[in-house]
Design a protein around this ligand. Structure first.
Ligand code: IPE
Ligand code: IPE
Ligand code: MG
Length: 257
């Protein structure tokens, strides 16, 4: 079998997506199939987060966005929510050195004010400490919802118009992009969802308009560096047309090449 080093270098030799978003799903089922509490699935899933982040950095991706907790996930049983918040804090404390040493900028999107203080504090601290890092942006989507993000964007723009700072005619795609929580991140090229579900569940609704979608049966705790490379490999087989015809996007081959 091809080693991880070989697999990563093979994938690296072809055009890479700049920005991958991952819907990390299936932790609960991973645990339940082993007769373990759901939280053990989330714990194993946080190891996947570490391994996938390291691999993304080795590949040279510019941005990785991980859907860790949705706006809707607050409605889960209180003990599961509390367990997830504890794990999040643990993750932020444990990963600090790795993130800083690898020149990764930690970013977060979502209704962050809803997070408990014991999560927000290490999150804000690490965001600040890593703010000038440039090799890769790791964005955690926390208490995130795409619809919630669009509503926040619409409100901000409406307020600017009301204040007289903006003409309705000046509202453009670029302005919307710049007003979303993801402002400044490269376009999302690939959205991955684990665990066999085929839906976006409120993830990056505007941003995924032209993303390639990759669904895998693998549960998130089993999704590691190798599975990331397989997803990137599948992306590299796709032809992105952005509304054009195949002839328009296929580069003209010169005779003899
Ligand atoms: C994803 O795993 C993690 C979060 C949504 C926080 P799930 O907890 O949704 O796992 P399943 O879908 O129940 O297996
Ligand atoms: C989506 O997973 C949210 C995250 C992965 C954080 P869910 O498990 O919450 O999504 P649904 O409920 O199956 O749509
Ligand atoms: Mg789920």
């Amino acid at each position: 079998m091809e080693s991880l080093v070989d697999l990563e270098s093979r994938v690296k030799s072809r055009p890479l997506p700049q920005h991958i978003g991952i819907i990390m799903d299936g932790n609960g089922r991973w645990a339940e199939s082993r007769k373990l509490p759901r939280l053990e699935g989330h714990r194993e899933g946080s190891t996947s987060v570490q391994e996938v982040t390291r691999s993304a950095r080795r590949l040279g991706l510019k941005a990785l966005t991980l859907y860790a907790f949705s706006a809707q996930n607050w409605s889960r049983p209180a003990d599961e929510v509390a367990g997830l918040m504890d794990l999040l804090r643990e993750y932020l404390l444990k990963e600090r050195t790795e993130i800083l040493e690898n020149d990764i900028k930690l970013n977060a999107i979502g209704e962050l004010e809803k997070l408990p203080r014991y999560v927000r504090e290490p999150l804000d601290a690490l965001r600040e400490e890593s703010a000038s890092n440039r090799s890769m942006v790791l964005t955690l989507a926390l208490s995130y919802g795409g619809r919630e993000e669009l509503v926040a964007m619409a409100r901000r723009i409406a307020e600017e118009v009301r204040a007289g700072n903006l003409e309705p005619q000046a509202v453009s795609e670029a302005l919307v992009d710049a007003t979303l929580w993801t402002a400044g991140l490269p376009p999302v090229d690939l959205v991955v969802r684990t665990s066999g579900e085929r839906r976006l569940s409120n993830f990056l609704l505007w941003q995924s308009a032209y993303a390639e979608l990759y669904f895998t049966e693998t549960l998130w705790p089993d999704f590691r560096a190798q599975q990331l490379c397989e997803a990137v490999g599948a992306f590299q087989q796709r032809e992105r047309r952005f509304g054009l015809t195949q002839a328009q996007v296929t580069p003209i081959r010169l005779a003899g090449t």
